[in-house]
Design a protein around this ligand. Structure first.
Ligand code: SF4
Length: 67
Protein backbone atom coordinates (compact mmCIF):
# COMPACT_ATOMS: atom_id res chain seq x y z
CA UNK A 1 0.00 0.00 0.00
CA UNK A 2 1.33 3.40 -0.99
CA UNK A 3 1.52 5.63 2.09
CA UNK A 4 3.27 8.53 0.40
CA UNK A 5 1.60 11.93 0.83
CA UNK A 6 -0.90 12.59 -1.91
CA UNK A 7 -0.56 15.29 -4.50
CA UNK A 8 -3.39 17.82 -4.85
CA UNK A 9 -4.12 18.95 -8.41
CA UNK A 10 -6.39 21.61 -9.91
CA UNK A 11 -7.54 20.81 -13.44
CA UNK A 12 -7.41 24.30 -14.91
CA UNK A 13 -9.74 23.55 -17.80
CA UNK A 14 -12.49 22.68 -15.31
CA UNK A 15 -11.88 25.41 -12.69
CA UNK A 16 -14.48 28.19 -12.81
CA UNK A 17 -12.61 30.28 -10.22
CA UNK A 18 -15.38 30.17 -7.63
CA UNK A 19 -12.82 30.52 -4.84
CA UNK A 20 -14.28 27.81 -2.64
CA UNK A 21 -11.19 25.65 -2.30
CA UNK A 22 -9.05 28.68 -1.40
CA UNK A 23 -11.59 29.72 1.22
CA UNK A 24 -11.61 26.21 2.67
CA UNK A 25 -7.89 25.34 2.52
CA UNK A 26 -5.78 28.44 1.81
CA UNK A 27 -2.61 26.56 2.74
CA UNK A 28 -3.10 24.30 -0.29
CA UNK A 29 -5.12 26.29 -2.87
CA UNK A 30 -4.33 29.82 -3.99
CA UNK A 31 -5.10 32.07 -6.95
CA UNK A 32 -2.89 31.75 -10.00
CA UNK A 33 -1.90 34.60 -12.33
CA UNK A 34 -4.47 33.38 -14.85
CA UNK A 35 -7.32 34.06 -12.41
CA UNK A 36 -7.91 30.40 -11.74
CA UNK A 37 -6.85 28.29 -8.81
CA UNK A 38 -3.56 26.50 -8.35
CA UNK A 39 -2.06 24.29 -5.69
CA UNK A 40 0.82 25.81 -3.74
CA UNK A 41 2.11 22.58 -2.21
CA UNK A 42 3.31 19.41 -3.91
CA UNK A 43 1.74 17.17 -1.29
CA UNK A 44 -1.24 17.43 1.02
CA UNK A 45 0.11 18.66 4.38
CA UNK A 46 -0.14 16.22 7.26
CA UNK A 47 -3.38 16.71 9.13
CA UNK A 48 -5.11 18.47 6.23
CA UNK A 49 -6.17 15.38 4.33
CA UNK A 50 -9.80 15.75 5.42
CA UNK A 51 -9.90 19.46 4.57
CA UNK A 52 -8.54 18.82 1.08
CA UNK A 53 -10.98 15.96 0.58
CA UNK A 54 -13.80 18.28 1.64
CA UNK A 55 -12.68 20.90 -0.88
CA UNK A 56 -12.45 18.21 -3.54
CA UNK A 57 -16.00 16.94 -3.04
CA UNK A 58 -17.39 20.48 -2.81
CA UNK A 59 -15.71 21.86 -5.92
CA UNK A 60 -18.67 22.61 -8.20
CA UNK A 61 -16.92 21.37 -11.33
CA UNK A 62 -14.90 18.48 -9.89
CA UNK A 63 -11.70 20.30 -10.85
CA UNK A 64 -9.73 19.00 -7.88
CA UNK A 65 -7.95 15.68 -7.86
CA UNK A 66 -5.89 14.12 -5.10
CA UNK A 67 -3.62 11.32 -6.23
S1 SF4 B 1 -13.46 24.97 -5.87
FE1 SF4 B 1 -13.05 24.12 -7.93
S2 SF4 B 1 -13.93 25.61 -9.36
FE2 SF4 B 1 -13.76 26.63 -7.37
S3 SF4 B 1 -11.79 27.70 -7.44
FE3 SF4 B 1 -11.43 25.68 -6.51
S4 SF4 B 1 -10.84 24.34 -8.22
FE4 SF4 B 1 -11.78 26.17 -9.10
Amino acid sequence: MNMDPKKPIVIKDLCIACGLCNAMVPSVFDWDDDGKMKTIVSAVPKGQEADVEEAKVNCPTAAIEVK
